[in-house]
Structure formats: structure tokens, C-alpha cells
Design a protein around this ligand. Structure first.
Ligand code: PBG
Length: 325
């Protein structure tokens, strides 16, 4: 049917009608809020490049957790900034590490809030790389698997609800799955950073997590931005190895990848709306160049429309406030 019988503008007449025919609806239940847990006491340090985001010491968590829970956000993703860093990232898998302490405290404060832990070495190594370093400066894949499994296991022991390996070593999902199962944690799901790109959008995060590599970069393990068929192979392998949720990261420059992953595998699919994506919007809004709320909601809607079931975002609290009206 053609114009003038057909007029698509009819269903755009007013806000109520537009809302009735909306194809994509955001829900607070699909938001995951990242938290940066800093060693020490009484610390609430703003991250300069990420307005509204703080590094918090464990004792500061209860207030934050209660706020997140009251907003209806179902899950947090934890990153740790340890006191002690060394070449093998030993603080990552110490039973009284910052994350291990944070998990216990959060589960005591708010048992139903889902605690997801980032599993990677880069915040814990003195060289800032995601694992053990070879003589040529690249990360030793197979030796690193051992450390990642120790880290995931210590998070599980501390009581986390899900583990989220973000290192991009080959074979880590199967390796971690096996170690968790052997130790009696076969019920702990793995949210795999399955298609994680070597992206310039992680810049502000490395300030927040104090995890910038001291030399070189992450291009020999994280994915190359031009590739999407390779992303499907990455996801395929992680699913085969036992991933329960697969993630694409970053989100905005990779909406096509989110869509392709969702269509191909139909797995619970997460997207990480990363630090640089957040910082750009905050900076433009601070200059009065864009409407922050509208841009935020437009971006989160786009990520969902592309196929994400879950979105990890530093906007989770702001978006929840808006969605709660
Ligand atoms: C750890 C990790 C990174 C991010 C999440 N987990 C940094 C990196 O890979 O360099 C980035 C998150 C963000 O930018 O918001 N490996």
C-alpha cells in the first residue's frame, strides 16, 4: 500500500502512541554496573576521565551497593586495584585480595545482587599485561591459563555468582571451566569476553583500573577491529568450551558484531559499553554540545536493538534513575 493510503507518520502522532508501538524497550534488569575496588580504607577517589565513576575501598562498598540495589540494578562487575603488583599478578588469586574481600562484603550486604568478577591479570601485574610475559614481550598463552584458573577459582571460593574472563587467551574458557568443576563449582556460570577487540576505547578504564601496559600493547591477543568472521570463531570456541553468556566488547563501534553473534548462536549475549564510550558522551555533555540523557538512552537502546540481552555500562545508575521515573 502506498501513499496517500499509507502514512507511517500516523503512529508517531503523540508520545503515548509512539511508546505503544516501540519495538525495543530498555529494562533495568538487563543492566550491569562496573565497580572499581581499591585497596586500603576510606577511599572514594573520582576517576578524572570518567565523571561520576569512583575507585572505592571495600569499606565504602555497602553504601554504594545499597544504592545500586535500590535502583533495581541486578548485577555488578568487579575490577580490583591491589596494593601489591608483581610479574605473576599474585594478588589476583590471593584469598584475601581486594576482590575476594569485596565479594564477601557485597554478598553479606545484599545476597541477591549478582556479583560478576572480571578475571584478568592486567590489574595485578607490575608490567600491566594480561598474563605472564615471554622474552619477546608477548603474553605466554598456556602459562597464563594456570593463573587465570587460580584467579577464577579464588573468586568462586569467595562466593561470586559469575566469573568473566577478559584476557583473550586461547582456550581459557575450557581451562577455567574444568578447574571450577573439579573444585566443586560446576554451578558457577562463565560470562566470557568472547569477542573482545584491541580497542582505543579502553583508554579511560586503564586510568580507573590502573592497568595500562608498561610497554607494547594487547594486539597479539585481543581481536583486530576489522574482523567479524573471526569474532564468530571466537564465540564458537567459547561456547564449545562452556561459556554460558558471550560478550562483545566494545559495543558502539561493534553493533554489527553483536547482531552477528546473536543471530548465529542465539546465546545470552552481553555487550560492554566501555569507558571511552562513556567518557565521550560525558565530555560532550559537559561542554553543552549534546543532551546527555537523550544520547545515553539512544545509545543503550541501539545496543539492545543490535541484539544485546545484557549491557555492562557505567550509565547503569543514571539509566535506572530515568527508567524508574
Ligand atoms: C581487563 C579489562 C579491560 C576492560 C575490561 N576488562 C581493559 C583492557 O582490556 O585493556 C575495559 C573496560 C572499559 O574500557 O570500560 N583486561
Amino acid at each position: 500500500m502506498r501513499f496517500p493510503i499509507s502514512r507511517l507518520r500516523r503512529l508517531r502522532n503523540n508520545a503515548v502512541l509512539r511508546d505503544m508501538v516501540a519495538e525495543t524497550r530498555l529494562s533495568i534488569k538487563e543492566l550491569i554496573y562496573p565497580l572499581f575496588v581499591h585497596y586500603g580504607q576510606g577511599i572514594r577517589r573520582p576517576v578524572e576521565s570518567m565523571p561520576g565513576v569512583f575507585q572505592l575501598s571495600v569499606d565504602q562498598l555497602p553504601g554504594e551497593i545499597k544504592e545500586i540495589d535500590a535502583l533495581g540494578i541486578p548485577a555488578v562487575l568487579l575490577f580490583g586495584i591491589p596494593e601489591h603488583k608483581d610479574s605473576r599478578g599474585s594478588s589476583a588469586y590471593s584469598d584475601d585480595g581486594v576482590i575476594q574481600q569485596a565479594i564477601k562484603l557485597i554478598k553479606d550486604t545484599c545476597p541477591h545482587l549478582q556479583v560478576i568478577t572480571d578475571v584478568c591479570m592486567c590489574e595485578y601485574t607490575d608490567h600491566g599485561h594480561c598474563g605472564i610475559i615471554n622474552a619477546d614481550g608477548t603474553v605466554d598463552n598456556d602459562a597464563t591459563l594456570e593463573l587465570l584458573a587460580l584467579e577464577a577459582l579464588s573468586h568462586a571460593k569467595a562466593g561470586c555468582d559469575l566469573v568473566a574472563p577478559s584476557d583473550m587467551m586461547d582456550g581459557r574458557i575450557g581451562f577455567i571451566r574444568e578447574r571450577l568443576d573439579e573444585a566443586g563449582y560446576s554451578h558457577v556460570p562463565i560470562m566470557s569476553y568472547a569477542a573482545k577487540y584491541a580497542s582505543a576505547f579502553y583508554g579511560p578504564f586503564r586510568e580507573a583500573a590502573d592497568s595500562a601496559p608498561q610497554f607494547g600493547d594487547r594486539r597479539t591477543h585481543q581481536m583486530d577491529p576489522p574482523n567479524v568472521r573471526e569474532a564468530l570463531r571466537e564465540v564458537y570456541l567459547d561456547v564449545e568450551e562452556g561459556a554460558d553468556i558471550v560478550m562483545v566488547k566494545p559495543a558502539l563501534a561493534y553493533l554489527d558484531v553483536i547482531r552477528a553473534v546473536k543471530e548465529r548462536f542465539g546465546m545470552p549475549t552481553a555487550a560492554y559499553n566501555v569507558s571511552g564510550e562513556y567518557a565521550m558522551i560525558k565530555a560532550a555533555a559537559a561542554n553543552g554540545w549534546i543532551d546527555e540523557e537523550r544520547v545515553m538512552m539512544e545509545v543503550l537502546t541501539a545496543i539492545k536493538r543490535a541484539g544485546a540481552d545484557l549491557t555492562i555500562t557505567y550509565f547503569a545508575k543514571d539509566a535506572a534513575r530515568l527508567l524508574n521515573g
